[in-house]
Design a protein around this ligand. Structure first.
Ligand code: AMP
Ligand code: GLY
Length: 433
């Protein structure tokens, strides 16, 4: 069959790459894709933007695709799944009503409060003055979030009052467009972050392998928040007992709550978690899609046929499938463009991709890349590549990924050498315990 993957980042390259491995898939069309998806076997790009729902529907109909899989949140929030279903086409992801769980942080916080899902305490504001007064009363540290979708950039963890006030003003000044017209102000919760993603259909779900993202631009988790600078899977932070607790206390009530509120969820549900020192998980955010860059290492470890899992979800048969994983961890390092996360510079030639050794345990997924007029691969977005490696342990996977990243160059490339550091330090701790 022919499949359409919507999006053009590293997550979508990984999704398309994994789906193209299914013996039942003849071709994967990626819209709009990137330079990497344009090069893969049984894969082709279509020049339709991920937010152009009319264009995507016309493409799916013209190409007679049997299934559409949506990567990013924006088309989900805009109702792509509802539109495709109305037209009689299979499209995997939540409808707009369920996607509000990610598209509005205020909705998400109120939803969690209604369903007893642990999360940071919060207040919501529609106007500047009361928000500033609240910040003044609460003091710092405090977290200021634009309500709507802001590509991971609408969150400020403020440690000074000036920072917190500037973040509130930035939201109301229109910096994030409509997304900033409401502001959520949260208590800062401490601990270590982890990502827990399930493939879901109503109240049925199948957990994917755990992972850990690295949100800050700089090594040792310093600098501004980004969309994610690297990830690995699985994370030793999530023990089997903790996974059970996350499913019982967070995933199951979220899915049941959505269903009860008439917002039945089908798709990938992602819980961004903070695990405190006592091992208590709290939700920082829900996403209604796979994570980027978490998907890249997760999908590299997935042994099962992804198409089988997605079809089982669409057919209400998730309880009848098993999922198998490569037992080795996988670690992905994001190489970001000069200027990211503020304003990424584009058009820088990327060198070294062609001379990488053939190795089934290493894969470079493209994100913000394009071909220039000469056909060279150049930077075209903030997060340019995710360099992934499987290894016997997280330290070995990191070593391979760092070596590979060092063999790829472009002007102003930024990447973190310390992806996986929490797990590596924990491993050393265990060794000396
Ligand atoms: P979000 O998009 O809501 O996940 O926020 C982006 C990042 O900001 C998270 O991955 C955390 O690193 C940080 N963050 C968000 N909310 C909080 C919070 N209440 N306490 C501490 N850190 C937070
Ligand atoms: N890596 C975080 C996200 O996809 O939202």
């Amino acid at each position: 069959m022919k499949i359409l993957v919507v999006g053009g980042g590293g997550r979508e390259h990984a999704l398309a790459w994994k789906l193209a491995q299914s013996p039942r898939v003849r071709e994967v069309i990626v819209a709009p894709g990137n330079a990497g998806t344009g090069l893969e076997r049984r894969m082709r790009n279509a020049e339709v933007a991920a937010t152009d729902i009319d264009g995507l529907l016309a493409l799916a109909q013209a190409e007679e695709v049997a299934l559409t899989v949506v990567g990013p949140e924006a088309p989900l929030a805009a109702g792509i799944v509802d539109r495709f279903q109305d037209a009689g086409l299979r499209c995997f992801g939540p409808g707009a009503a369920a996607a509000e769980l990610e598209a509005s942080k205020a909705f998400s916080k109120e939803f969690m409060a209604r369903h007893g899902i642990a999360s940071a305490s919060y207040a919501v504001f529609d106007t500047l003055e009361p928000a500033l007064i609240h910040v003044g009363r609460q003091g710092v540290p405090i977290v200021v979030k634009a309500d709507g979708l802001a590509a991971g950039k609408g969150v400020t963890v403020a440690t000074t009052l000036a920072q917190a006030e500037a973040a509130v003003r930035a939201c109301f000044s229109g910096r994030y467009g409509k997304a900033g017209a409401r502001v959520v102000i949260e208590e800062l919760v401490s601990g270590e972050e982890a990502s827990y993603i399930v493939i879901a259909d109503g109240d049925r779900y199948l957990a994917l392998a755990s992972s850990q993202d690295h949100k800050r631009l700089g090594e040792a988790d310093t600098g501004p928040n980004t969309g994610g600078m690297g990830a690995y899977s699985p994370t030793p932070l999530i023990t089997p007992a903790l996974a059970e607790r996350i499913e019982q206390d967070i995933i199951a009530p979220a899915l049941a709550g959505l269903e009860a509120e008439g917002r039945r969820f089908t798709g990938f549900l992602y819980a961004g978690l903070m695990i405190d020192d006592d091992g208590t998980p709290r939700v920082l955010e829900f996403n209604v899609r796979l994570g980027d860059p978490e998907s890249q290492p997760i999908l590299m470890r997935l042994r099962s046929d992804l198409l089988d899992l997605i079809e089982a979800a669409l057919e209400g048969q998730l309880d009848q499938v098993d999922v198998t994983w490569d037992q080795r961890p996988c670690l992905g390092i994001v190489m970001a463009a000069a200027g990211y996360p503020d304003k990424a510079r584009t058009g820088d030639p990327i060198l070294g991709l062609d001379s990488l050794e053939e190795n089934p345990d290493i894969k470079v997924f493209h994100g913000g890349t394009a071909n220039n007029l000469m056909g060279d691969v150049v930077t075209a977005g903030g997060r340019v590549l995710t360099v992934c490696a499987l290894g016997k342990d997280i330290a070995a996977a990191r070593g391979q990924a760092v070596n590979t990243a060092n063999a790829i160059t472009f002007e102003g490339a930024q990447f973190r050498n310390d992806i996986g550091w929490h797990a590596i330090i924990r491993g050393l701790g265990d060794l000396f315990a």
